[in-house]
Every structure is written in structure tokens, then in C-alpha cells.
Design a protein around this ligand. Sequence first.
Ligand code: GLP
Length: 225
Amino acid sequence: MEIIKVKNYQKMSQVASGIILNSISKKPSLVLGLASGHTTLGLYKNLAKACKEKKADFSKIKAFNLDEHYPVKKVDKKSYNYYFFKNLFRKVNIKESSINLLNGETKNPEKECEDYEDNIRKNKIDIQILGIGENGHIAFNEPGSSRSSRTRLVNLTHIKGKALTMGVATIMQAKKIILLASGKKKAKAVRSMVKGKISKKCPASFLRNHRSLTIILDKGASSML
Ligand code: GLP
């Protein structure tokens, strides 16, 4: 586990985009796992800028998103589908056929999750980007999610509703994981992840057993370490 402490959100986003852009230049057909949320917006902005300035080429990149609300229409502004097209996919030259999103409109969530899991197994994610929830969740794996959990439909407790999410075991299959956290409100979850007991109570703690985990924290998020 490598922990990179930086001073602010901007620097956190810069370090993350630096790692990803460097990886793309080494492997143009990189398979990326992507997280939604506020934390990763700066990173996506940097990637979009690099692409616009022709410093990065997404034409061979494949993307998988981590999770999606359920049920939700793709055009709904609260869907992660909407988020990813707005904040990244429409701004880079990724091929539509290389974009893999969990479908919040599916009538058969079990099959959707099974197919997604198979697709990830076949494609092998090179870098999985993650955020962390204040209760230690990763993707929509809330406290109580097991180390062996796979892509599935879950009930959410922190907000009312359901979601489709990669499981902890699905995430752990990625060759490299980069977790970003910003702000004081994430400090407690970050401490549990890094220093607490590895357990279902803090699903992010399972990541400590990953062979290539990089955690990038700004001042607020690292304030309890
Ligand atoms: C959400 C998402 C996660 C995200 C996390 C943090 O519930 N399902 O994928 O990483 O919470 O979100 P934010 O970056 O907005 O704090």
C-alpha cells in the first residue's frame, strides 16, 4: 500500500491523472474502472483536457463503471450513466463500444450483474479508480459487504433505494487500484481503511490486501492518520 499525501483537491486530481496518463502512454489499450462522485470530477476534467490537447488518446481505452442506481433511466440526471457521459465520455475520444456501464434500466438485474461480472473477468481491469464513502463504503458496497461479494443488486442504507454494484471481490481483481479521498469528512473512513481492523464493518479496509493499492489523500482526508 502506497499513501500519497498532497495539500489539496487540485493536487490530488493532478497526481491521479498523472498516473493514469502515464499508464495510457505505456499501454494505449488500458482497461479503466471508473468511480462516480464529486471526488473524481477533477481527475476526469484533467483527462478530458489532456485528450483535447492531444496529449492523450482514448481510442483504444475500455471503461467499466463501478456502480449504478436501480432502477434509473439513463437520461435521468441522477444516473451514473448521465454522470459519465457528461463528465468524461463525451469529452474524450473513447469508442462507444468500449464503454461498459451497468444498466439501471434492466428488467433482469441478476442477469445484468452476471453478464457484467463475466465481461470484467474477460477484460481484466488494469486500473480501478475508487472513492470512499463516509461510512467506509467502496462503490455501493456498504458496511456488511463481504470480501467475496460480486457484482449484484444491493439495498442502500445511506440513501434510500437500490443499486447495482461491482462487489469487493470484483474490485480486488483489478491489477492496480487508486483510491482518492478529499476533505475532513472522509478522514475517519480513511483512518479505518488504513489503520483499522480489516473487516466487513469498513469494506474499504479489504483493499489493504491488494497487491497494488495507491491511496491519494488531500490534507483534510489524511488529517486523522
Ligand atoms: C457513492 C458512489 C461511490 C463513490 C462514493 C463517494 O456512493 N457509489 O462510487 O466513490 O459514494 O462519493 P463522493 O466522491 O461524492 O464523496
